[in-house]
Design a protein around this ligand. Structure first.
Ligand code: URA
Length: 259
């Protein structure tokens, strides 16, 4: 695949090193080989161990009945007022979502961190800066734009877990109906699931990200592409090239879905 110089600059900014094979002209780039998945360190393996989601009952947010028929204002209000799990006690602001309500791209992250909790918007910290530059390289943005270029971003959890700990299964189950309704309302052409909690919520899969990326999945009929979470990429810069491959793959899939 070839990328104009501006996009190559953005990729360099992201820390993605472009591999140019000997037969490619210097202005062209090629997807890095996805073949060699790095061996996982014991620490990472422990961190990516499957979480047990309590899934025998359909998800429900006890304090917000009727989520499945809510419109945007009602849904936003229900999230702001939610007390279905203990996270409501420690939150400053709920983090609902941001972007175009009719976006073609929907990005699903994990949970708000400290800055998100203060600002009330997903991905406004360091991870968000990386996410924004990755999106910019694809000419996508969270800022006001057309539905084709502006994404919608939401998290699996709408409240910050204390000290940024992992979301608990009960918290994920309580919060899930909000995300499900957001996806139904946006009706995106492509979903990008970032990180293992987004993947586990949407695909019900406990496979490591490395085994799920590089192919198309489906969520309620919508093409879904799996990639690493930006916070993981900040700690593991060499995997940025793989994440870039994933975004290019998602772009390709979104373009093959009718508008
Ligand atoms: N990480 C996430 O998954 N979501 C945010 O909103 C911030 C950091």
């Amino acid at each position: 695949m070839r990328w104009p110089s501006r996009q190559r600059e953005l990729l360099r900014e992201m820390g993605v090193r472009l591999w140019v094979p000997a037969h490619e002209p210097v202005d062209g780039t090629q997807r890095a080989s996805p073949a060699a998945e790095p061996a996982m360190s014991p620490l990472l393996a422990a961190a990516s161990a499957p979480i047990a989601l309590a899934r025998s009952d359909p998800p429900h947010a006890e304090s917000s009945p009727g989520i499945e028929t809510m419109d945007w204002p009602a849904l936003r209000e229900a999230v702001a007022a939610c007390t279905a799990c203990g996270l409501c006690r420690g939150r400053t602001k709920t983090v609902f979502g941001v972007g175009n309500l009719n976006a073609r791209w929907m990005i699903v992250g994990e949970a708000p961190g400290e800055r998100e909790d203060l600002v009330g918007e997903p991905f406004v910290g360091k991870s968000g800066e990386l996410l924004d530059s990755m999106l910019r390289a694809l000419q996508l943005t969270r800022a006001k734009d057309t539905p084709a270029r502006q994404v919608y971003i939401a998290n699996t959890l709408k409240c910050r877990p204390p000290a940024n700990r992992n979301p608990a299964p009960g918290e994920l189950a309580q919060c899930e109906p909000f995300l499900v309704r957001q996806i139904e309302l946006v009706q995106p052409a492509i979903i990008l699931a970032m990180g293992r909690f987004a993947v586990q919520a949407l695909l019900r899969s406990t496979e490591p990200i490395g085994r799920l990326r590089g192919r198309e999945h489906r969520y309620q009929g919508v093409p879904l592409v799996v990639t690493y979470h930006p916070a993981y990429l900040l700690r593991n810069p060499p995997d940025k090239a793989r994440a870039w491959d994933d975004l290019c793959f998602a772009l390709e899939r979104s373009q093959s879905t009718p508008a």
